[in-house]
Structure formats: structure tokens, C-alpha cells
Design a protein around this ligand. Structure first.
Ligand SMILES: Nc1ncnc2c1ncn2[C@@H]1O[C@H](COP(=O)(O)OP(=O)(O)OP(=O)(O)O)[C@@H](O)[C@H]1O
Length: 291
């Protein structure tokens, strides 16, 4: 058995030369979900969902609580395997990768979790350095520079490095989480409800940082959010999912896929109600135990 280190996964699609006669190609998708179905012990959460995310796009995924948005993010990085359909990253079918290759793919993602998910017992410095050390890519002097730079980019002073997460505000913890997610220069950033629990000003700071990341680092962004201000500020495109229990079997689960400015006056009242935050029939449905 060979013990030689394997080269990093390359781009499968880039190996295909462009034909000079062919029309301008569609921007290449970096993340592709193709006819995904997802069930947990007979509880079906996603049905026949297809989403292609081109490089550098910022996609916001919206929809009622429980419709499967976080599951979608986990499928994209292979933390969950779909019951049906395929997930591809930069041309590679995640289902066909072994654990080494899947790890190589995950290195190309940054993930800002809902509650920032910092390690309480570690200092802020060690939290941001964690992934850099785990992957043993750099010496400590280089790690120190990267940690300083990332904390500065998210607007946190150097004095914060020695503190523990419990000493920080929610907004500061989110920014540390972002600094950590950006430490390895990811090509794709996944944000799971990045502004939940923050005041309006701090929410806007986080939205600005998402925009800044997209503009200066040219990352692809996938943002799961309930916050329509985030959608209006950062999205190039919006996908709205609907909870399966409230759909007919023949209805598509994606109610909307398009630019953010098409949401407000969309013909489907379920889309309009969601973006305007109107309860509509929901209160009576909930009181009748149908929600
Ligand atoms: N590992 C799991 N095992 C069993 N069920 C799961 C698992 N992960 C998610 N689910 C179920 O899948 C459904 C969708 O969950 P998900 O977290 O994706 O919803 P969401 O749209 O992100 O909701 P919210 O907006 O409230 O965060 C829920 O009913 C949840 O209970």
C-alpha cells in the first residue's frame, strides 16, 4: 500500500478544454444539489430539491422554521448524506469521496454556525487558530499573523485574543466565529442564521462583513437566514423552501428561486407573507394542531 501523500483534489470541470465554437458557458457551479431527497426515519424533510450555486454568488436560503435549511447546509459539506440525489462540490460527487478526500473538500469551506460554536475553554486566539493548527499547514509565526489579520478584518482589537468566549458579547462572539471560519481562506462560506440574537446595529455589522468577505475575498456565500434585512443586503439570489408537511405531493418544495427584488410582489401569497412577516392562516392552523 502506498503511503505517499495524495495531491489535493483538483477541479474536475477545469480539465475539460473550452471549445472555441461553443457559446459562452454558464458560470460554473461550485456547489450543486441535484434532485435531493432527505429523510430521517420516515420523516421526510427535503424532496426533489435541485440548486446549483455558481462561483462567487451569494445565495440566501429562506423559509419557515423546520423546512430543512440547516439540513441543506450540512448536505453541502457532507456532514449528512442525502437519501436520494447527489451533492457535488467543484465537480466532485461527495458520495464517491473517501474520508481523506471529503476532508480536502471541507478545507475549502468556512462555516459560521448559528451560535458561533466557539470552544468555551479556549482563548479567542486559540479558537481562531484551531483549524490552522489542526490541519498542520503553517508554523506558529504564520498562524499568529493569520489570527491577527482575521481578527482585525472583523473589527476586533488585538487585546481580545487572551479573553475567553464567555467574556464577549454575542456580536463579538459571532465575529470571532467569522474570523475562525475565514482563517483558512475558504472558497465557499456557509452562514447559518448569522444575525440571530443580535441587535439591529450588530446585525448590520455582520451583514457588512458578509458583503466585505464576498467583495474582497471573492468567496461564494450560502446564507441561511430569517432576516429579510440580511437578504436585501447580501443576496444575489434567493431560494425559498417550504415545509413538506404543508405541501401537496405534486408541489415543488422550492417556492421561489430568483433575485431578492422579485420576492415582495411575488404572485404566490406564501412567498409574500413570509417576506412581509405576516401570519396569514398560520395562527388558526397552529391552534388546530396543523403546524
Ligand atoms: N440529525 C437529524 N435527525 C433527525 N431529524 C433531523 C436531524 N436534523 C434535522 N432534522 C429534522 O429535519 C427538519 C429540518 O431541520 P432544519 O434544522 O434543517 O430546519 P431549519 O429550516 O434550518 O429550521 P430553523 O429555521 O428553525 O433553524 C426538522 O424537523 C428537524 O427536526
Amino acid at each position: 500500500m502506498s503511503t505517499a501523500p495524495r495531491p489535493p483534489l483538483g477541479s474536475a470541470a477545469s480539465a475539460v478544454p473550452d471549445s472555441p465554437a461553443s457559446p459562452a458557458p454558464e458560470p460554473r457551479a461550485i456547489v450543486e444539489l441535484d434532485r435531493i431527497g432527505m429523510e430521517f426515519r420516515h420523516h421526510q424533510v427535503l424532496r426533489d430539491v435541485t440548486i446549483r450555486v455558481p462561483k462567487r454568488q451569494t445565495l440566501c436560503v429562506i423559509g419557515e422554521s423546520g423546512c430543512g435549511k440547516t439540513v441543506l447546509l450540512k448536505l453541502m459539506i457532507g456532514l449528512l448524506r442525502p437519501t436520494r440525489g447527489s451533492v457535488r462540490f467543484d465537480g466532485h460527487d461527495l458520495n464517491r469521496l473517501d474520508s481523506f478526500e471529503l476532508n480536502q473538500v471541507r478545507l475549502r469551506f468556512g462555516f459560521l454556525f448559528q451560535m458561533a460554536a466557539l470552544f468555551d475553554s479556549l482563548s479567542i486566539y486559540d479558537n481562531v487558530a484551531f483549524g490552522l493548527r489542526e490541519h498542520a499547514l503553517f508554523d506558529e509565526a504564520r498562524i499568529r499573523r493569520i489570527v491577527h489579520d482575521r481578527l482585525r478584518e472583523v473589527g476586533l482589537p488585538p487585546g481580545i485574543e487572551a479573553k475567553k468566549p464567555a467574556e464577549l458579547s454575542g456580536g463579538q462572539r459571532k465575529r470571532v466565529g467569522l474570523a475562525r471560519a475565514l482563517a483558512l481562506d475558504p472558497e465557499v462560506m456557509l452562514y447559518d442564521e448569522p444575525t440571530t440574537g443580535l441587535d439591529p446595529i450588530m446585525s448590520d455589522v455582520i451583514n457588512e462583513l458578509i458583503l466585505q468577505t464576498q467583495r474582497t475575498k471573492h468567496t461564494t456565500g450560502i446564507v441561511v437566514t430569517h432576516d429579510m434585512k440580511t437578504v436585501r443586503k447580501v443576496a444575489d439570489r434567493v431560494v425559498m423552501l417550504y415545509p413538506l408537511p404543508r405541501l401537496r405531493p405534486d408541489e415543488p418544495q422550492i417556492l421561489y428561486d430568483g433575485p431578492p427584488d422579485g420576492l415582495e410582489d411575488h404572485p404566490d401569497p406564501r412567498v409574500r407573507q413570509f417576506v412581509r412577516g405576516e401570519a396569514g392562516e398560520r395562527l388558526s392552523e397552529l391552534t388546530q394542531g396543523r403546524g
